[in-house]
Ligand binder design. Structure first.
Ligand code: SF4
Length: 503
């Protein structure tokens, strides 16, 4: 499962906005590692620099020193729609009006074919759904577009954005204004911050996550509301709602709390790290097991493991070391390559593990390849028992809202019972947190979440019908235990059927 893009924008007349944008997207690197880019305006000209690779590989001091202006947007990308190539790197730029406009997108639109037709583009010729939106905005500019201060981009946004379906948090800019927009369900986060004191602001910032504000010394003001558009310019920040009341329904992606967002992010008024720790505490109450040590799978499983250990009064320890320097330098083409990738990324601490009964806390299981490899590694390192505790419910449905997930048939929990999952993974026991406990751990009141990948209830129509929905077994709550003989039997069958490489 991969994150899908981080967006950033800053309006700050007396500051080096290119450097601020570099720091901002650097703080959002976890949301996308395929490409990075920024657009900077000096009020007359918009300069765009973007390329494949990590933020620090795309920008250096020399590049940044040539990008002058008072206004910028930045983007880090992981592709969910469109291939991983330079054309799809963002910001997308269109030379309409006096200086043109640039756009950065986090999310995924659901009815792209109809949009492509409306934009008069040829199917197969568009780089990404963000490219289609840029095309539609360009079409919506009046013929006479000239002075960007006249707000032509704002007018085009107000025409085009309410027609879009799916998940989108956008940052946009023309030569003199910065815009931030969230879709009416608020699937993807977007927050507003201020540079300088409240009585005399030096600038305004938009970012996918609040740590991107912290690193540049901006003060977190608030999250944008679902369906809200903010316009930032010389006259400060203005807000308006782009959607009707009956179109708005708060559905922040629940996996932002479980996995995607940084632990130091503020979402729905909560710090993500605390929510993850509480997930572990509730999981310990829900699915206790006797063991010698609780460990987390780095990184996002660690806070939940700490919570589990504290609640269960079992020592917490580190069992796996993560190589932090592995970027996404290649696409894992098959199961064997993914197994190898896990071994490159994680290595067991033998002395901590040998002879111990372990509770291993992880945030989620998608295909199961990673988890199965981890269980195998821990056993090879001498673990006596491996009890898996997962701080999200079974992941059973693909995401269409901006997260790169495999087809339904590749999801481990899509068609299996809980005991089958436990045996496949080679665990002594397995339990997933319930959806009720997950929401209780997050603790945000009077807000809604998207949980479609857990429940199959998609808040926005998706392009696929799953005919087997009612008949699939739901792994459900509870704990499934398996014996060594059962696990060996599953492994033997998997190898015979070619479902697993014989490793
Ligand atoms: Fe998030 Fe799942 Fe909804 Fe996708 S389907 S937005 S991953 S909760």
């Amino acid at each position: 499962m991969k994150e899908a893009c981080g967006v950033f924008g800053v309006y700050a007349p007396d500051r080096a906005v290119a450097q601020l944008t570099f720091d901002g997207i650097y703080a959002l690197q976890h949301r996308g590692q395929e490409s990075a880019g920024m657009a900077v305006s000096d009020g007359e000209t918009i300069t765009v620099v973007k390329d494949m690779g990590l933020v620090a590989a795309v920008f250096d001091e020399r590049t940044l020193s040539g990008m002058h202006g008072h206004l910028a947007i930045g983007h880090t990308r992981y592709s969910t729609h469109g291939t991983s190539e330079w054309n799809n790197a963002q910001p997308a730029y269109r030379p309409v009006g006096r200086a043109g406009f640039a756009l950065g997108h986090n999310g995924n639109l659901t009815e792209t074919d109809a949009l492509i037709e409306r934009a008069g583009m040829l199917p197969g010729m568009t780089a990404s759904d963000s490219d289609v939106v840029a095309g539609l905005l360009a079409l919506a500019f009046p013929e006479s577009a000239g002075d960007p201060a006249d707000g032509e981009l704002a007018g085009a946004i107000e025409t085009v954005i309410p027609e879009l379906a799916g998940a989108f948090s956008f940052v946009l800019m023309d030569a003199s204004h910065l815009y931030g927009i969230r879709d009416p369900h608020g699937f993807r986060p977007l927050c507003l911050g201020r540079l300088g004191p409240s009585e005399d602001p030096e600038g305004w910032v938009l970012a996918s996550e609040s740590p991107a504000l912290d690193v540049i010394g901006a003060t977190f003001i608030r999250e944008l509301r679902p369906g809200e558009m903010v316009t930032i310019g010389a006259d400060g920040v203005r807000s308006r709602q782009l959607f009707d009341d009956d179109q708005i329904s708060d559905r922040l992606c629940i996996f932002e709390f479980v996995y995607f967002a940084r632990p130091d992010s503020q979402l729905h008024g909560r710090e993500v790290h605390g929510a993850r720790r509480r997930m572990g505490e509730l999981l310990a109450r829900q699915a206790p097991v006797d063991a010698d040590m609780v460990m987390g799978v780095p990184d996002s499983g660690v806070p939940a493991a700490e919570g589990y250990a504290r609640e269960a009064n079992i020592p917490y320890g580190q069992g796996l070391v993560k190589n932090r320097y592995i970027g996404r330098t290649f696409i894992d083409p098959d199961q064997q390559a993914r197994v190898n990738a896990v071994r490159r990324k994680l290595n067991p601490l033998h002395e901590n593990i040998d002879g111990k009964r372990l509770i291993v806390v992880d945030d989620s299981i998608v295909r199961g390849t990673t988890t199965r490899s981890i269980v195998g590694m821990l056993r090879d390192a001498g673990a006596l028992e491996v009890h898996l505790r997962i701080s999200s419910p079974p992941f059973r449905w693909p995401c269409f809202y901006g997260i790169d997930t495999p087809d339904r048939d590749e999801l481990l929990a899509a068609h299996r019972t809980l005991p089958e999952i436990g045996r496949y993974l080679g665990a002594d026991s397995i339990a997933y947190i319930t959806l009720e406990n997950l929401k209780e751990a997050i603790g945000a009141e009077n807000v809604g979440f998207c949980d479609a990948c857990l429940t199959g209830h998609y808040p926005v129509r998706v392009p696929v019908t799953f005919s087997d929905h009612p008949t699939d077994p739901d792994p459900g709550p509870g704990v499934a235990e398996s014996t060594g003989a059962e696990r060996n039997e599953t492994r033997r069958d998997d190898i015979l059927q070619g479902a697993l490489p014989g490793v």
